[in-house]
Design a protein around this ligand. Sequence first.
Ligand SMILES: Nc1nc2c(c(=O)[nH]1)N[C@H]1C(S)=C(S)[C@@H](COP(=O)(O)OP(=O)(O)OC[C@H]3O[C@@H](n4cnc5c(=O)[nH]c(N)nc54)[C@H](O)[C@@H]3O)O[C@H]1N2
Ligand SMILES: Nc1nc2c(c(=O)[nH]1)N[C@H]1C(S)=C(S)[C@@H](COP(=O)(O)OP(=O)(O)OC[C@H]3O[C@@H](n4cnc5c(=O)[nH]c(N)nc54)[C@H](O)[C@@H]3O)O[C@H]1N2
Ligand code: SF4
Ligand SMILES: [Mo]
Length: 696
Amino acid sequence: MTAIPNPDLRPDVQQVIGACPHDCPDTCSMVTTVSNGVAIKVHGNEHHPATGGVLCTKVSRYTERTYHRERILNPLRRIGPKGAGQFEEVSWDVALSDIAARLQSIASSGPRGAEAILPYSYAGTMGLVQGESMASRFFHRLGSSLLDRTICASAGGEGLVHTLGAKVGMRVEFFAEAKLILIWGSNSIASNLHFWRHVQTAKRLGAKVICIDPRKTETADKCHEHIALKPGTDAALALAMMHGLIAHDWLDHDYIARYTVGWEALRARALEWPAERAAQICGISIEQVNSLTQEYGLAAQTKAPAAIRMNYGMQRVHGGGNAVRAIACLPALTGAWRQRGGGVLLSSSGYAPIEKAQLHRPDLLGGRKPRTLNMATLGGDLRKPTSEEFGPAIQALIVYNSNPVAIAPDSTQVVSGFEREDLFTVVLEHFQTDTADYADYVLPATTQLEHWDVHASYGHTDVLLNRPSISPLANCMTNTDIFRKLAQRMGFEETCFSDDDLALCKIAFGNAVNFSELESSGFVKLPLEEAPFASGNFPTPSGKCELFSQRLADAGLDGLPNYIANYEPAVEGSPFPLAMISPPARNFLNSSFANVESLQAIEIEPLLEISPGDAYSRNISDNDVVRVFNARGSYRCRARVSNRARQGVVHGLGIWWRKMGLDGTNVNELTSQKLTDMGRGPTFYDCAVQVEKSAV
Ligand SMILES: Nc1nc2c(c(=O)[nH]1)N[C@H]1C(S)=C(S)[C@@H](COP(=O)(O)OP(=O)(O)OC[C@H]3O[C@@H](n4cnc5c(=O)[nH]c(N)nc54)[C@H](O)[C@@H]3O)O[C@H]1N2
Ligand SMILES: Nc1nc2c(c(=O)[nH]1)N[C@H]1C(S)=C(S)[C@@H](COP(=O)(O)OP(=O)(O)OC[C@H]3O[C@@H](n4cnc5c(=O)[nH]c(N)nc54)[C@H](O)[C@@H]3O)O[C@H]1N2
Ligand code: SF4
Ligand SMILES: [Mo]
């Protein structure tokens, strides 16, 4: 272990600089204090500006999570029925040999045998090394099915790519200089805390802050205005804003002429969206639409920087990609990009110079072209038999950095897939999650304190190094080592399988980052422009902001952004008249931390927020147990009658482990496997339900 010398500490105490591994835009620099080989606390690195010395409540409990008495410390082999969570401890040798033999036999069972094996992973750790480095190499060499990692951000990501050219946007620190901030589809205080610090600075300097979110979140509470539109209607609002900008000529004609393509076509589209039309669709007042447009338009006229922080909340619906496209067009129309405190930010991950080909080694496919399966439709795919169209039925599933039984949509389907007796499932985990309960083997993985990694961020533009601060607990092993050892047992002899983790850390950014600087301070700033699109230079094919996207048109889609109604419009009088969204609970990170007692104590239990009116008409009182249901499933939890919910919308705050729910289910029992307009993403927040009072 290499530690940072600190003369103020006792000789047996050291501080080690790492990085928070979680799926969060903030990617904090995290300092671990270690005494005699034991991590005693973590805190935010005060020298890293984006972290500012502060970690969120969840990750401040990282040592509690690491040393949790339920950490899996040894390889486990299933001895009970699938899902029962009954296991026996086995040695690594037994586990790895058996797994390798099983994979070998499936791979050699036919010409497309290897494709019957599916890796399933997401961002349990955002680390580039413990994420997709050695794992991807292993699966590429094996020729298994590929995974389309769509579960979170692919609709919005594509919307952004087809407008700005990449996942790029404003530098987060310059939100502090904005005079108008729209927080659009994001509960920043819960899920992007370090961005909120910049909002507070801007507020102190006189900025107006408006939150656009169906839920009255803790962030909405602290904004000057809150526009509680119906889920899935954001594109209508953005188009009506364009209509108003045109009507009042609050446009930057010079910027539009020089740096955009498709303005005439978009102008014609926007003129179909008077405020009344959008207000009706969004379920808000015409005045709200007009005053939002006025704020945005007048900011531009007075050269006051106007900044939009979108987050992924709005793109988990049928028209999610189009919604992001519509909003991402706005700053080009007013020329807000001209100032560094103006523009839009959804994700900054496109700035990171990641050497993906070197890390993942797709060349190991050697010309093979395995099928790609979508992680958002796992439930359906696990139940498909072998067919010409689908290829071989899935026979083995290797899960790492993800908890699909809890987080994937339509869980009745997911669970019935995982229950298949003929499916061989391996889960690399820290804890006995819902998914681990269905495993044939659970393999104990290391946490961020126990391994090396490097990180890029999707909320700021620094890269970070994570040094291990303690040795792996008991028999835990890094994800990379597990795949290295499996590769060895499968007879994969390429030298890339012997790269150690530090070598992988160096490969990740190649020459784009000075590794010794990264080693000494724990983070490196990428050299980027302050106002990236002040003079155009969008990374699109045309080099301009693509109001009209030829690429989308060529793909048979609408080249202009449009409003696309939800699949499940939740209209009054229908069997499922309430729109359910299921945004994350503040003190969990997706399903991670749901088992950390001190955080559970804050969130208490799974809740459904429902508006007083919708509760009253159903005879539901606060704290009643309710049944939330639709044609896909049924889920019981406690009702919280609250003004946080607008009429017609309920919030099933997530993501609790299924086994912590009243009937062993969670919100994803109700969500569907339908996909977004772009990016093949899931539609978690496009979900109509009914709610009724239930017996306890
Ligand atoms: N504490 C905490 N932080 C997290 C996470 C977590 O689970 N917990 N998750 C992390 C992950 S994986 C991600 S992807 C990021 C981003 O996470 P996001 O999914 O963007 O999460 P939120 O910031 O909660 O923002 C979603 C907000 O969008 C609102 N919303 C839902 N539907 C709509 C809609 O149709 N239109 C609009 N305008 N708003 C809508 C919700 O009410 C919610 O307040 O956060 C990360 N940070
Ligand atoms: N209803 C509903 N469902 C949702 C969402 C929603 O808003 N509503 N949000 C969606 C979104 S945005 C996302 S990103 C997904 C998130 O879904 P997932 O990416 O599956 O995220 P988590 O639920 O946090 O599960 C990550 C798991 O990885 C494990 N893990 C962490 N680090 C390591 C490691 O180093 N090695 C190994 N082997 N394991 C590790 C953790 O213990 C944890 O169990 O969920 C989606 N599901
Ligand atoms: S979860 Fe986000 S806010 Fe919390 S420590 Fe990690 S990066 Fe920072
Ligand atoms: Mo996510």
